[in-house]
Design a protein around this ligand. Structure first.
Ligand code: SPV
Ligand code: MG
Length: 669
C-alpha cells in the first residue's frame, strides 16, 4: 500500500502560520508537525512508500521530509498550477505513480489518532472515515451513506449524511475507477472542484464503505482556531495510558506485534504476572518474576512495568486507571472469560475501554510452548521445582497419581474460582494406590523396580514435581540406591516412615502389628540417604508414625527434632483420627522450636481442615493421598455390576465417558 498525501494547497486561512512553509509543516505538538505525525504513522503501520503532491513552498517541503529520516520512499509530484487548481489536478499530476497499488489517501492538514488508522487500515474493503456522533459540519465534507456504502461526498449534502474526513483506504480496483474519472474531469478542464466530485459520478462502481470513527480525533486544520482545538485534543490523546498483562517467559513475534499495537494507543504499562500467579495459571515459570520483568521492560515501546499479583486485573486497574486495556481476542471464551468480564466491569467504573486484537495462533508459537513444556519435564528442572514452589507459595498441594492417566488428571485439572485458577502443585506416588492398582496389598510387596516403572509412566506425560512414598525406605544399604535412582529420575522428594519389619498401611493403626524403628536406626538411614544424594534439590522427608501407633505427642516431637538433626529436609506427621487436634498440637509444638523445616500432612481422616487453615498453622505440604483411587474403583465396580445385571452394556452407557471423549482425552503430542 502507498500513501498519497495532498500538500499542494496554499492554506491561506492559517494566516502568518503559513507565511514560510506549507500548512502541513505547522506544529501540532512539541514533538510533531501535522506532516511529521502523518509520516511517522505511515512508517509505524508498515507503509513504506509515500507519494506527495506539492506546490506552495515546494522545496521547503521536500527538504523537510528528507530531514525527518524516516524509513519511507518519497515520490514528490509538483502541481505547477497549485494556486489556480484544486487537489483534483494535483492527484492527476501524480497519476502515473498511483496505479500499481492500494492507496491510503489523506489530506495534508488532517490529524488523526492511531485508533482511526487501525479502523481504516483494518477495513477489508475500500473505506472513508466518517463520524456518526459528530454534528454535521456546515462547510466541511459530509458523506451520503446508502446501503452501507458511500454514495456522495461533498459539503453540500445534508440528507442521510454523516460528517466525513478526507482519509480513505482505497483498494486498487476501486481507486482506478475513481482515478480514471479524475482524469476525465481534468482533461475536460474541470480542475477547480474536489476530487470527490469525480468520485460522486462513479460511486456505483467504486465501492467505498463508511468506517465510523465516532468521536476519535480525526480533524482537518484550516484555521488558527482549529490548530488550537486539535493540538489540545492531541495532547489528551498522547497522555492516555494503556495496560496489558504478560505471563510469558519468552517473547515471540506475536507478543511484539500486540505490544506495537498497544503502544499506539498511549503510554504502555505492562503488568507482569507474579511467579505464584503464573504457577497457578499455566505451569511453573522457568524464569523468575524479576527476569521476566526485565525482559518485558526492555521491549521498545514499553514505558512501565508493574507486578500483577493475581490473574485478576482488578487491583492494578483500580490503582492505575488506564484508558485502555489491550488483549488478544482469545479470552472471549474459555477459562479466561470471567477474568475478561471482570476487566470490562472494572473499566466501566471509570470509563476505561477494552481493546481486543485478533489472537495470533501461529503454529511456531505452539512449537515454542511444547519445547518449554518439554524442558519442564526434564529431570533437573522437575526435581528442583518442589523446593522453589515451597519458597514461592508457602503451602504446596499434591494429589495421588498411580498411572499415566491419573498423572494427567493431576497435571491438568484446573478450577477457576473468584478470579483465581487453582490446580495441584505436585503429585504423590502413594504406596497404597500403586499397590492397589496392581491388585496387591500395601506391604512393600511391589518392588522398587516396579514402583520406578510407575514413576516413569507418570513422568512421561506430565511436568509437575513428584513426591514419592518410599515406605520404610527398606534396608539402609538399599535406601542409598533408591535415593540415587529417584534423584536421577527427577523425583523431588522421598518420604520414608519410621517403621521396620513387615510394614502395613498406617490407616490400620494399632489394629495390626507394626513396629516403629528406633530413633537411632532411622536417623542413620536418613543420614545415609542425605549423604548419597548428589544435588541440593532432592529432599528426604521423615514420616513419624508415633501418633498412628499411639506412642504419644512427646515421642512424635522427640523423633521430629532428632530426624531434622540427622538431615531430614521435611517432617511428615501422620494421624488417623478424624479430629485434627493432635495434628494441630504437633504442628504448634514443632513450630515453637523449628520455624523453617517444612511440615507435611496427609489429611485422609482429618479431612475437614482447609488448605488455608493448614497454612495458617504452619503446614507446608498437603497431600491428598488416595482420592483418585478411591473414586475410580467404585465407578468401575459399578459398571461391571451393571453389565452383569442386565446381560448387556446399554444400561452402563450413561455412566460412561463417550468413546469420542476418551480418544480425544489424551492429545497426541
Ligand atoms: C500412602 O498413600 O500409601 C500412604 C499414606 O502411605 S497412608 O495411606 O495414609 O498411610
Ligand atoms: Mg504408603
Amino acid at each position: 500500500m502507498k500513501a498519497l498525501i495532498l500538500n499542494s494547497g496554499l492554506g491561506h486561512r492559517m494566516g502568518v502560520l503559513t507565511s514560510e512553509h506549507p500548512k502541513c509543516m505547522t506544529e501540532v505538538s512539541p514533538a510533531d508537525t501535522i506532516l511529521s505525525r502523518q509520516l511517522k504513522q505511515c512508517a509505524d503501520y508498515g507503509i513504506s512508500e509515500v507519494v506527495m503532491t506539492t506546490g506552495y513552498y515546494d522545496k521547503v517541503l521536500v527538504d523537510y521530509c528528507n530531514f525527518l529520516h524516516l524509513p519511507l520512499k518519497f515520490t514528490f509530484v509538483n502541481n505547477p498550477l497549485y494556486d489556480k487548481t484544486n487537489y483534483i489536478y494535483s492527484i492527476w499530476c501524480a497519476q502515473e505513480y498511483l496505479r500499481d497499488d492500494d492507496i491510503l489517501l489523506m489530506h495534508g492538514d488532517l490529524v488523526f489518532e492511531n485508533r482511526v488508522l487501525d479502523a481504516v487500515l483494518g477495513s477489508e474493503s475500500s473505506c472513508m472515515a466518517v463520524s456518526s456522533t459528530l454534528p454535521l459540519p456546515e462547510k466541511d465534507f459530509k458523506a451520503v451513506i446508502k446501503d452501507g456504502r458511500i454514495e456522495k461526498v461533498g459539503i453540500e449534502f445534508f440528507d442521510s449524511a454523516m460528517a466525513a474526513q478526507p482519509l480513505y483506504k482505497l483498494l486498487k480496483a476501486d481507486w482506478l475507477v475513481w482515478l480514471d474519472n479524475i482524469g476525465r474531469f481534468c482533461d475536460a478542464g474541470t480542475r477547480q472542484c474536489y476530487a470527490e466530485n469525480a468520485f460522486n459520478e462513479v460511486s456505483g462502481k467504486c465501492i467505498i464503505r463508511p468506517v465510523d470513527v465516532q468521536d476519535m480525533l480525526c480533524s482537518e486544520i484550516d484555521t488558527p482556531q482549529d490548530l488550537e482545538t486539535v493540538s489540545a485534543r492531541l495532547a489528551q490523546v498522547s497522555s492516555r495510558n494503556v495496560y496489558m498483562c504478560f505471563s510469558t517467559e519468552y517473547i515471540h513475534s506475536g507478543h511484539i506485534a500486540i505490544i506495537k499495537k498497544a503502544k499506539r494507543l498511549g503510554r504502555l504499562t505492562i503488568g507482569v504476572l507474579s511467579d505464584e500467579a503464573v504457577a497457578s495459571f499455566k505451569r511453573f515459570p522457568l524464569m523468575p518474576f524479576e527476569e521476566r520483568k526485565a525482559l518485558v521492560a526492555n521491549i521498545a515501546g514499553v514505558a512501565n512495568v508493574v507486578e500483577q499479583k493475581t490473574l485478576s486485573y482488578a487491583d492494578n486497574l483500580r490503582a492505575l486507571k488506564p484508558d485502555f486495556v489491550v488483549h488478544g481476542d482469545d479470552w472471549v471464551n474459555g477459562f479466561q472469560k470471567p477474568i475478561r468480564e471482570e476487566v470490562i466491569a472494572v473499566l466501566a467504573e471509570y470509563g476505561g475501554q477494552l481493546v481486543e486484537y485478533p489472537y495470533s495462533s501461529d503454529p511456531k508459537y505452539k512449537e515454542l510452548d511444547k519445547m518449554h513444556r518439554a524442558e519442564l519435564a526434564m529431570p533437573d528442572l522437575r526435581r528442583g521445582r518442589l523446593r522453589k514452589l515451597l519458597n514461592m507459595k508457602g503451602l504446596v498441594t499434591a494429589i495421588e497419581a498411580h498411572s499415566g492417566i491419573t498423572g494427567l488428571i493431576a497435571e491438568k485439572t484446573t478450577v477457576l474460582q473468584d478470579g483465581k485458577t487453582y490446580q495441584f502443585d505436585a503429585m504423590w506416588i502413594s504406596s497404597l494406590c500403586d499397590s492397589t492398582a496392581k491388585g496387591k496389598p500395601d506391604i512393600e510387596l511391589v518392588d522398587m523396580t516396579s514402583r520406578f516403572r510407575t514413576i516413569d509412566d507418570i513422568m512421561e506425560v506430565t511436568t509437575k514435581p513428584i513426591i514419592f512414598d518410599g515406605d520404610t525406605g527398606g534396608l539402609t544399604e538399599h535406601f542409598i540406591y533408591t535415593v540415587r535412582s529417584l534423584e536421577r529420575m527427577g523425583v523431588s522428594m522421598v518420604i520414608i516412615e519410621d517403621k521396620t519389619g513387615l510394614k502395613k498401611n498406617s490407616l490400620f493403626g494399632t489394629e495390626v502389628e507394626q513396629t516403629q524403628d528406633s530413633i537411632e536406626n532411622f536417623c542413620a538411614k536418613i543420614a545415609a540417604g542425605k549423604k548419597a544424594q548428589k544435588t541440593h534439590d532432592f529432599m528426604i522427608c521423615a514420616r513419624i508414625e508415633s501418633l498412628i501407633l499411639e506412642r504419644g505427642m512427646d515421642d512424635a516431637l522427640t523423633r521430629a527434632f532428632a530426624f531434622v538433626g540427622a538431615g531430614a529436609d521435611a517432617i511428615m506427621i501422620h494421624s488417623r483420627k478424624k479430629d485434627p487436634a493432635e495434628i494441630f498440637e504437633f504442628v504448634q509444638k514443632f513450630r515453637e522450636q523449628d520455624k523453617v523445616t517444612p511440615i507435611v500432612v496427609v489429611p485422609t481422616s482429618f479431612n475437614t481442615v482447609t488448605e488455608d487453615e493448614f497454612k495458617a498453622r504452619g503446614v507446608n505440604i498437603v497431600i491428598y493421598a488416595n482420592q483418585l483411587t478411591r473414586t475410580g474403583f467404585p465407578a468401575m465396580q459399578d459398571a461391571a455390576r451393571t453389565i452383569l445385571e442386565h446381560h448387556r452394556a446399554k444400561e452402563c452407557d450413561d455412566k460412561c465417558m463417550s468413546i469420542k471423549d476418551i480418544i480425544t482425552l489424551i492429545p497426541e503430542e
